[in-house]
Design a protein around this ligand. Structure first.
Ligand SMILES: Cc1cc2nc3c(=O)[nH]c(=O)nc-3n(C[C@H](O)[C@H](O)[C@H](O)COP(=O)(O)O)c2cc1C
Length: 188
């Protein structure tokens, strides 16, 4: 039988302030370890402002509703794309494919500003919104809501247009690393 465990102390221990501190640490460490097991497709969110392009690797993209077609992405308020996304009011979610692994480093801090767009082949949609030409999918969104939560903002985008390319072969982020789609169904 596989080994499973809680990463928080027993409830009684929470009566002591020291335990409360260590409980917070345990929860944070446990949260980070659990999130390594939440496999996600890697995306690059893009926007543009005053003729400048902005892009950032993000895995916090989730579908919200189909009616209307809407998704959310959580963006750190310190990220360079945060302000321009609000100011523009439009953004694009580019779903990366298995051959886009060399873009993840530059779009997560190894390059800055326009230099990031030296990686991948980009075109401009209306309003100069950058989109990755061979992305698995491009979802062009209008920002309809922003909720500030802790260090991040939750951006809700209503999808105005969708573009699809090729077969379904998303680039997966899991356990701190990049993976190709295994393509093995749980039942054959
Ligand atoms: C695979 C991966 C997924 C990421 N997902 C997010 C995310 O969903 N939201 C976020 O704010 N930062 C995310 N980041 C971190 C940002 O890409 C990184 O901090 C970026 O450098 C911030 O932008 P800036 O350098 O333009 O300020 C992710 C990084 C990686 C490598």
């Amino acid at each position: 039988m596989m080994e499973c465990r809680f990463l928080v102390p027993e409830r009684d221990a929470l009566m002591h302030s020291d335990a409360r501190t260590s409980e917070g640490q345990d929860v944070l460490n446990g949260f980070k370890m659990a999130m390594r097991r939440l496999a996600s497709t890697v995306t690059v969110i893009t926007t543009a402002l005053d003729g400048r392009r902005y892009g950032m690797a993000a895995t916090s993209v989730t579908s919200v509703t189909a009616h209307p077609p809407a998704l959310l992405v959580c963006i750190n308020q310190s990220a360079s794309i945060h302000g321009p996304t609000i100011a523009n009011g439009r953004f694009c979610i580019n779903l990366l494919g298995v051959d886009h692994d060399d873009m993840v480093g530059p779009f997560s801090g190894q390059a800055a500003g326009e230099d990031r767009f030296a990686y991948g082949t980009w075109d401009a949609h209306s309003g100069g919104l950058p989109y990755l030409l061979d992305a698995q999918a491009n979802l062009f969104c209008v920002l309809t809501k922003r909720v500030s939560y802790g260090s991040h903002s939750i951006f809700v985008g209503e999808v105005e247009q969708v573009r699809l390319c090729g077969d379904t072969e998303p680039l997966i982020y899991q356990d701190g690393g990049l993976y190709r789609t295994l393509g093995l169904p749980t039942q054959s």
